[in-house]
Design a protein around this ligand. Structure first.
Ligand SMILES: C[S@@+](CC[C@H](N)C(=O)[O-])C[C@H]1O[C@@H](n2cnc3c(N)ncnc32)[C@H](O)[C@@H]1O
Length: 178
């Protein structure tokens, strides 16, 4: 169970959506069955944040029991092929969080192009949860329309299909609807 403090008229669903299929991409996926990998993940939890350590250990136990499909590689090289494996009759959702900052401007633009192609082809919902400086708005700048940058400071911007919908806690701990 992940908790999230919401603010504003968040259109919360009446029930948790049924997930038909899921998969992930990472340059360097860590293995929850490898003690060194788990020790590294635990070392990344900030001191005294015991609740995060407990949650991480719970997540590791779930992932060990129900291994998720994770593909190793660059998201720009893997996304189209992986998305094609999703059931054709399910709504495809592409979600990414805290990763655009690691791509070059070219890499980010290539990714947006891929998303546009997926949206125009089989259709997809694009959910981007990133720092506002690494995502382009409709006008090509990173100025979020009608939102004071101070309000986003230290938080992320959640965009649905390229349009800002909420300001979020970077770890998903809060969501303020715009
Ligand atoms: C700060 S972590 C964010 C992890 C997770 N998305 C989250 O929000 O908790 C960034 C992750 O992006 C991965 N990464 C960086 N560049 C990537 C790329 N070009 N393709 C795929 N994964 C990448 C890193 O390996 C790392 O696991």
């Amino acid at each position: 169970m992940l908790r999230c403090a919401t603010k504003g008229p968040v259109p919360l669903p009446a029930e948790v959506p049924e997930v038909a299929w899921r998969a992930g991409i990472d340059l360097n996926p860590l293995d929850v069955n490898d003690a060194d990998d788990v020790a590294w993940l635990e070392a990344l939890v900030w001191p005294e944040q015991e609740f995060r350590l407990r949650r991480l250990r719970q997540a590791v136990a779930i992932a060990a029991k129900e291994p998720p499909l994770i593909v190793a590689g660059d998201l720009n090289n893997r996304l189209v092929h992986l998305a094609a494996q999703a059931p054709a009759d399910a709504a495809l959702v592409v979600f990414h969080s805290a990763v655009m900052a690691y791509l070059s401007a070219d890499g980010r633009s290539r990714f947006r192009q891929t998303i546009q192609e997926l949206r125009a082809g089989r259709g997809c919902h694009w959910l981007s949860n990133e720092g506002r400086m690494v995502i382009d708005q409709e006008d090509g700048s990173n100025v979020v329309p009608e939102v004071d940058p101070e309000r986003i400071m230290g938080r992320f911007l959640l965009m649905h299909n390229g349009l800002p919908v909420a300001i979020t806690g970077p770890h998903g701990q809060s969501l303020e609807w715009l």
